[in-house]
Write a protein that binds this ligand. Sequence first.
Ligand SMILES: [Zn+2]
Length: 400
Amino acid sequence: MRNAAAGHGRRGSGGFRMRAEGNARVTYRSAILSAVLLACAREAAQAKITFSFDYSLDAGGIFDGSTSSGKAAQAAMDRAGQVFSDRFLDSLTPITSGSGNSFSARIRNPGTGVDNYDPGLTSVAANVIKVYVGSRSLDFPDVGSGGAGGAVVSGSQAFLDNAASRGQSGALANPKTDFGPWGGSIAFDIGTPWYFGLTSGGLTSNKVDFLSVATHELAHLLGFSASQPSWSAKVAGALFTGANATAANGGAAPTITGSHWLGMNSKVGPNGPTQVALMDASVPTGTRRRVTLLDWAAMTDVGWRLAGTGDADANGIINFVDFQTLEQNLGRTGARWSQGDFNEDGMVDTADYALLMKSYSRQQGGGAVPAAWLEGASVPEPGVVGVLGMLVLARRGRRE
Ligand SMILES: [Zn+2]
């Protein structure tokens, strides 16, 4: 992440740089080249991807769980993971070494910066993304650095294909249209004045918002990276030509520099505020950034499937459970998608109701519910609100 006052930046005077950690070398070595079938993509409707954060390599101590600061840092890391796990619909197959098949992860050690580090990971459970998180002194003005890991893999062709795709068939296509990572690593700078709060109320102008940087680095790890094939396949010069990102940018391919947007603004959810996109190279001090519609669109372009707007439990359908969730969290601040914050402005309010109703209406009409209403959601019509009110009353009637 570049200092916003480029050229004469001092830490604290402007933005900090977040950059994509170079992928560790990926070495797929086939011992048995058998002609077995490729792993089939299985897309269970209610799969939930979760992140498994491992702080054992945190040499810098930011995530020391015996301190209140370390606990807060870990909680914020969890929250960053939830930004994505709340919305991803993809299923990831397990990777299981044994029976002549061997998987051995490789990462950039987040505590030392050493590449091709072997963290001792030989299997990954279904729908789990393993992330080694740590801290060290990063080169000024970097505050965070993250990327997907590699692996040394041997075994049957099916095992190799599964390790490289985790059931995402597009990750084996040519050109690649999808990404199925096992995980990777993220490092944070130990000299940065971090703010670890989940809500932005205590974020002062001299602090760097950890949640913003953590979310940004996770997006790199999840494929928003020039070194990730399903991303780089859509790069043409200084433009990212992914169809979803282009649509989210009003029909013009957004501008990039390396693994970042270059000066792109986007709405944070329909009806949400406009901000510099999360995947810009820098973030100013005292500023919280959320994933914008443009950022989400790019995640779709690299292969992730997102829950449609209003689908709080990300099960692929908007139903009464989603209404209940929203109602129960109405008025909540510091909220998540899974609590009904569909425009991702941190609050569950009538704007989220409007989005849910708009999506529900589309679904009942037989249409597909988009991951984002790019044109924004209109205020719900009285008739629609009436229907919702009846639904809520019906639920209350049954409960009491
Ligand atoms: Zn970055």
